[in-house]
Design a protein. Structure first.
Length: 335
């Protein structure tokens, strides 16, 4: 596999995350930051009419998917609070009568049913019935990211509802992305990446393995997990805010899981995921994580090299530090 060997220093914008080794906190190793850096840089890339495809070959892909996704999420964590075009288009596609949850500035979540889309003072508004005798108007550019479709039809009260108090952002999340960004992070939803692989493995690495950071620059260690940053929708429930989504490599209908939306980035965790689903996401950036011990490794490499032969002849820079033992191929292509 061709190598892309340009090197750079670790991004200062990535947080210092530690693991506990026999009661001693150790900074994540170089290879871990390579994966986070890869996700961060790809999420920050500006492309028009092109997509970037990255192939990674490593002795093991343990935590690779979660670390890449963490980098993607961190890159977007401090972006503008207004909803992006993708999220606005998604909310505009919802039908009247759809049950939703809306997260408010007062850190409460109200349930409701979509009534209409209207314009007021030159701004698009979504009208949501939150009680039999009450409808509320929400500016779409601000609230599209705070609206999620409910898992089940909701019951609304007769007169008024205060809403359910949301959890506060964890000290771990605040230590990783900053206190101000963390507050918006638990209110806003966006679709930054789709993870395709063995869902139970990804869930375990995201939710069950503890990590630490220095909480807000203090000498206090804050414990958390990568899911605090990744916010995979299916790992925390559809009614909570999310940043990424995950689907099983065995799925035959990914459109249902992602509500027929095109993910900006798709992360394939393993050869089988890539071989089965690569052609479904022709307009998304792709990161392909391959384990050299996989039975299908050779087939996946052959497909990567075949696709590489048809790459676009575009001069671009993607400097990244690649530790020993990891091989990486990066190219652009038209879509």
């Amino acid at each position: 596999m061709p190598l892309f060997l340009n090197q750079t220093k670790m991004l200062e914008t990535l947080p210092q995350i530690y693991y506990n080794d026999k009661n001693n906190f150790q900074l994540l190793p170089e290879w871990a930051y390579c994966y986070m850096d890869l996700g961060y840089k790809l999420a920050s890339a500006v492309c028009t009419g092109y997509r970037i495809v990255v192939g990674v070959s490593a002795p093991t892909r343990a935590f690779a998917c979660c670390l890449v996704t963490t980098g993607i999420a961190i890159a977007k964590a401090n972006s503008a609070s207004d909803s992006d075009d993708l999220q606005i288009r998604h909310i505009l596609s919802l039908k009247r009568g759809t049950s939703v949850h809306v997260r408010m500035d007062n850190n409460r979540k109200v349930r409701g049913v979509i009534e209409a889309l209207k314009e007021q003072n030159g701004l698009q508004q979504i009208v949501i019935r939150t009680a039999d005798a009450e409808t509320r108007w929400f500016p779409l550019h601000r609230y599209a990211s705070r609206i999620t479709v409910a898992e089940h039809d909701v019951n609304i009260p007769e007169k008024q509802q205060r809403g359910r108090l949301l959890d506060s952002p964890s000290d771990f999340l605040q230590g990783c992305i900053g206190a101000k960004a963390a507050q918006n992070y638990i209110l806003d939803s966006s679709f930054e990446a789709l993870l395709v692989g063995k869902e139970s493995f990804i869930r375990h690495e995201a939710c069950d393995v503890p990590f630490w950071c220095n909480s807000l620059g203090k000498s206090v260690w804050a414990k958390g997990c990568l899911q605090d940053i990744m916010r995979v929708r299916s790992f925390s429930g559809a009614n909570k805010s999310f940043r990424t989504q995950c689907m099983s490599y065995a799925s035959d209908a990914p459109e249902k899981r992602i509500e027929s939306r095109d993910p900006p980035i798709v992360v394939f965790d393993g050869a089988v995921a890539f071989l089965k689903h690569a052609q479904r996401f022709t307009k998304s950036h792709q990161i392909v994580l391959l384990d050299r011990t996989e039975r299908q490794f050779t087939d996946a490499i052959a497909l990567m090299n075949q696709n590489y032969a048809y790459r676009s002849d575009v001069d671009f820079k993607f400097p990244i530090l690649i530790p020993d033992g990891i091989e990486m191929m990066i190219y652009w292509e038209h879509f």
